[in-house]
Design a protein around this ligand. Sequence first.
Ligand SMILES: Cc1cc2nc3c(=O)[nH]c(=O)nc-3n(C[C@H](O)[C@H](O)[C@H](O)COP(=O)(O)OP(=O)(O)OC[C@H]3O[C@@H](n4cnc5c(N)ncnc54)[C@H](O)[C@@H]3O)c2cc1C
Length: 417
Amino acid sequence: MSAAGTGECAVIGAGIIGICCGIRLLDRGFQVTLYDPEPPGSMTSFGNAGGFGFADVVPASVPGVLCRVPGWLLDSCGPLSVRPGHFPSMIPWLWRFVRAGRCSEVERLSRALSSLLQPGLADTRELVGRAGLKSLFTERGALTVYRTHAAFCRDRAEWRIRSDQGVRMEELGADDIRRMEPALEQVECGWYTPDWCNTTDPHAFARGLADCFIRSGGRMERERVASLRTSGKQVGALELGDGRSVPVERVVIAAGAWSEPFCRQLGERVLLQSERGYNTTLPSPGVVLERQVIFGEEKFVISAIRNGLRIGGTAEFAGLRAKPDWSRCDRLVDIARRYLPALDDRDGTRWMGHRPATPDSVPVIGPSRRMSNAWHAFGHGHYGLTMAATTGRLIACMVCGDSTGLDPAPFSISRFN
Ligand SMILES: Cc1cc2nc3c(=O)[nH]c(=O)nc-3n(C[C@H](O)[C@H](O)[C@H](O)COP(=O)(O)OP(=O)(O)OC[C@H]3O[C@@H](n4cnc5c(N)ncnc54)[C@H](O)[C@@H]3O)c2cc1C
C-alpha cells in the first residue's frame, strides 16, 4: 500500500457523508473515487429538513423517554412508529437504545456528540466557501417552541444537558416568539439556539459539494458495490454490480442506512436501523417563517426551504424495503396547521428518507477493527447534514494516520463488538 496521501481511496456512497469524505481525502492528496448507483446526494441527503443542528448534543434516548414511548406508539399522529413485522429484528437495537438512556450514558454520549458538533460550524463554513454555496446557507438560529409550560418543563433536563455542554441558548416567552415569528400561533414558551444554521435546499447543497469534489479532481462511478473482497487483513477489491472487480488500496464505507452488510462482510457487528422520516414541501404556503422551528410537543420541524416551507419529522421503523406510509406526511401538515392557521397546503410534494440510526445516536466514524485499509463513516441519524463536514475532515485525518484531537472510543465500531 502506498504512503498516506499519495495513493488511492474508494468511498462507498455518494450521500452528503461520502461526498465530504471525498473532498477531504482529495485535500490530503489521495486519488478518490466515489461509488454509488444513484446520483450524488439523491437518497437520504436529498430531502431532509436542511438544519445544521450544531446545538443538538442530546442523544435520542434520555431518562424518561421510555415512559413516553407507549403513548407515542398508540397515537396514530405520534412521532414514533414501529411496524409489527419489523419489531423482532429490532430487539437488539432497542435493548441498546434503552441502555443508552441511563443517566451516566447520556452524559458520556452528549460529551461525544458535543466534541463532534463543536467544530461543525467552522468545518461547514469552510466547505460552503470553497464550493461557492453561500447563497444556500443561512445562519439565523432555530426556535424550539412549546404549546404548554408543562411540556417545556418536561424537556428541561435535555436543555440542561445542552447548557452543560456549552450550547448558547435563550429562554423565550410567548411575546418574544411572536416578535421573532409573527406567523406562529398557540405557542407559550420556547428556546432560541443561535448556533443553528440551515440550507435552503439540501439537495442543491449536496450537489454543489459533489461538483466541488469533481472540480478538485475526484471521480464518480455510478455503480453499486455488491461486496468487498478481502484477503488477509485487507480489503483487496470492490465487486461491482456490473460484475467488475476493482482493486482498492483503501476503502471508506459511507453508504448511510445501507452500510451494515459491508460491515458484516468484514466480520464486524454494528447495530444500524433505517429510521424513516417523512416530510411535505409546500411551494406556496402563504405564511413566512424566518428560521427553522422545532415543535417540542409533537417533535416535528418546519424549515424555510427555497420558495416554500418543509414540514417533516417522525421516526418510523419498518426497514429499508417497506412501502412508505404517506399518511404520516398528511398528519404532520394537519398538526402544523394548528400553529399556522393560514397555511396553504396545496401542491405539496411528499418525501420519505432513511436516517441511518445507531441506538446511541452517535455515528460510526473510525477504522475497521478487522481490516487495516478500511474505515467507517455512517450512522449519522438525524444529523448527517450537520456532521458531514467534520466527519469528512476526521476520516481524512484517520486515513492519513494523524491524530484527530477527539476521543475516538465513542465513535468506534468496537462498541458493538
Ligand atoms: C425527514 C428527514 C429529515 C432530516 N433532517 C435533517 C436535518 O435537518 N439536518 C441533518 O443534519 N440531518 C437531517 N436528516 C438526516 C440526514 O438526512 C442523514 O443523516 C444524511 O443524509 C445521511 O447521509 P449519508 O451520506 O450517510 O446517507 P445517504 O444520503 O443515504 O447516502 C448513502 C448513499 O449510499 C449509497 N449506497 C447504498 N448502497 C450502496 C452500494 N451497495 N454501493 C454503492 N453505494 C451505495 C446510496 O445510494 C446513497 O446515495 C434528516 C433525515 C430525514 C429522513
